[in-house]
Write a protein that binds this ligand. Sequence first.
Ligand code: ZN
Length: 310
Amino acid sequence: MFAAIFFIRKISLVSIILLWLGLLTTTAETASVYKYVDENGVVSYTDQYARAQPFNPVEIEIWEPDQDAVSLRYTKMGNLYLYNSLYGPVTVTLKMNQKDNVIAHKDLSKPIIIAPRTEVFIDQVNYLGQGKLEFSYHFSVGTPSDIQEDHSNLRAPFAGSFQISQAFNGGYSHNLPGNRYAMDIAMPVGTPILASKSGTVLDMRDSYDGHSKNPADRAKTNYVRLLHADGTMTLYAHLKTGSGVVGPGQHVKAGQLLALSGNTGYSTGPHLHFAVQRNDGTRLISIPFNLKGITPKKGIWLDGQSAYVP
Ligand SMILES: [Zn+2]
């Protein structure tokens, strides 16, 4: 029986870590839980009021799903479950930080793929003796893919003609694995954003309002993420508040209206941020793409397709 359970969640570039520890020598009790952030930006939950401090936002990788999208459940019998609430698969990596006196039946170090909207039994893990037991996990959406470059000849994610304001390896903000091969297209708020390729809406958000030049506001960006048959994903971001016309789990065709462009989150002006991403086993990375043979370059004008009919 584990008496004291702490949930410690760290939001880092690519990972969400959930840690729990149990002390065998104390008796079970329920307690109030407080949230605090330490000097390293680690968000923790504790039942000790003295450690509770105001929450400070932590920068995360661009438009990763909410940290609650995957959750861990541990029963009194020692059964460990993981639940994926998303409409696409996730790849979870578990880590056992304390192995002394721990009985597990499986090799928990291997990545675990969890199907959409599914809870899976992982293992029965029990603890003997005194001390503590710690698990951590992180997840990334999708399943591992080796695709280095998307050759699928994507269509432009809009109709009309707009200028690329930042392209691959753009110095302003395209400098992380998840967005190194992304493009920004300046366009007025309210421009229809279209699917570049057929796929399924894996995740989306259109509830955020406002924008800033603070990178911490990356997490407050409205976006649609599509999962495609080859395992790659396309990302459409900074969308207008409340403009989404598709929902998670919905299949969309290339050219189908997804939402309207906006200026939400970490953004200095109205534009669309577009990227193709894949799961490399532990995280999302962006991959080079072209649009009907055109490699995005800063300053060039892109002509969208005329297929869109409002
Ligand atoms: Zn961008």
